[in-house]
Design a binder for this molecule. Structure first.
Ligand SMILES: [Zn+2]
Length: 299
């Protein structure tokens, strides 16, 4: 999909020992836990653009829904090198998958589950790797280069990033929603000059939704403000014991969709109110894939 010059995680340029690999975005270990879903997925793309004249968000026509004859679990990127894929990413996936499945079970059965801080950190790091890997499968901007990738490779979580969990009463199947938000505090906003980019990725796995926020410039943009009675913070993880999951009140399925627009509005407002800001632009692009759902439901 992209004409990358290097692996985003180890930042080594392609060539010689640095070979492209087939990285399954959601991970092959989840496949056997999603049997029975049709071998198809539906994609849509939409955007919101902030108009600095009217201070309103406008929505150009969305594209899709497009149906592809391949499961979402087959989604792959070739922009991760063989060594990263087979070494630290494989280990992380092996560690995180049982935790993820335990969360999914707890969400399905509305059961209590407590994660230790170390487990929460492993899951948060996996969610961040997944968000950055999914970004490689779509055209458009990239939320961060070198240092972000090497931080994840080195076993650290990303600075300023937040990861939340929620459960839905409704079985959402498997869905991935990705949003990019650009903020440009320049007097005359020109295409491509956005100063701060943020990435939001929501992954729904039946009754569980994991939402990951990654800012390009930590501290300069804010993540979504989430109602704490419906979302549980996985990162940052406070308290000595860990994270208690799940929350008591189920999330409405549309909540993850409106979050991106709310965040874009808030950040645009913040930039507008800053003394040095003269104008703002904020765009949100979303893609969603859901196997086994009627196309009329795709957003
Ligand atoms: Zn690599």
């Amino acid at each position: 999909m992209t004409a990358s010059v290097m692996c985003i995680f180890c930042v080594r340029p392609w060539g010689g020992e640095v070979k492209h690999s087939e990285q399954h975005v959601l991970g092959q270990r989840l496949k056997k836990h999603a049997e029975g879903l049709p071998n198809a997925r539906i994609s849509t793309l939409a955007s919101l653009v902030f108009d600095p004249q009217t201070h309103e968000f406008v929505a150009p026509a969305a594209t899709g829904p497009l149906t592809r004859g391949s499961s979402l679990l087959n989604m792959r990127t070739r922009d991760v090198c063989e060594e990263c894929n087979k070494c630290w990413m494989k280990r992380l996936e092996e560690e995180a998958t049982p935790l993820f499945l335990a969360l999914a079970d707890a969400a399905k059965n509305n059961a209590q589950l407590t994660l230790s801080r170390a487990e929460a950190r492993t899951l948060a790091r996996r969610a961040q790797v997944l968000a950055r890997t999914h970004e490689l499968t779509t055209p458009g901007p990239r939320v961060g280069e070198g240092p972000m990738g090497t931080r994840l490779r080195d076993g650290l979580v990303l600075l300023g990033s937040m990861v939340w969990l929620a459960r839905t009463q409704e079985d959402l199947g498997i869905q991935v929603r990705q949003s990019h938000i650009d903020i440009s505090p320049t007097p005359i906003v020109m295409p491509g000059d956005a100063e701060n980019l943020s990435l939001l990725l929501a992954i729904s796995w039946f009754h569980l939704t994991v939402l990951t926020y990654i800012p390009e410039a930590p501290g300069r943009t804010q993540g979504p403000a989430l109602p704490f009675d419906r979302w549980t913070a996985l990162q940052p993880c406070g308290g000595a014991s860990g994270v208690e999951y799940p929350p008591m009140v189920p999330l409405h399925p549309s909540a993850a969709v409106v979050l991106a627009a709310q965040t874009a509005r808030k950040n645009a407002q913040k930039a507008q109110n800053a003394p040095s800001a003269h104008g703002t632009r904020s765009t949100t692009r979303s893609t969603a894939h859901r196997p086994g759902q009627p196309s009329s439901n795709a957003q």
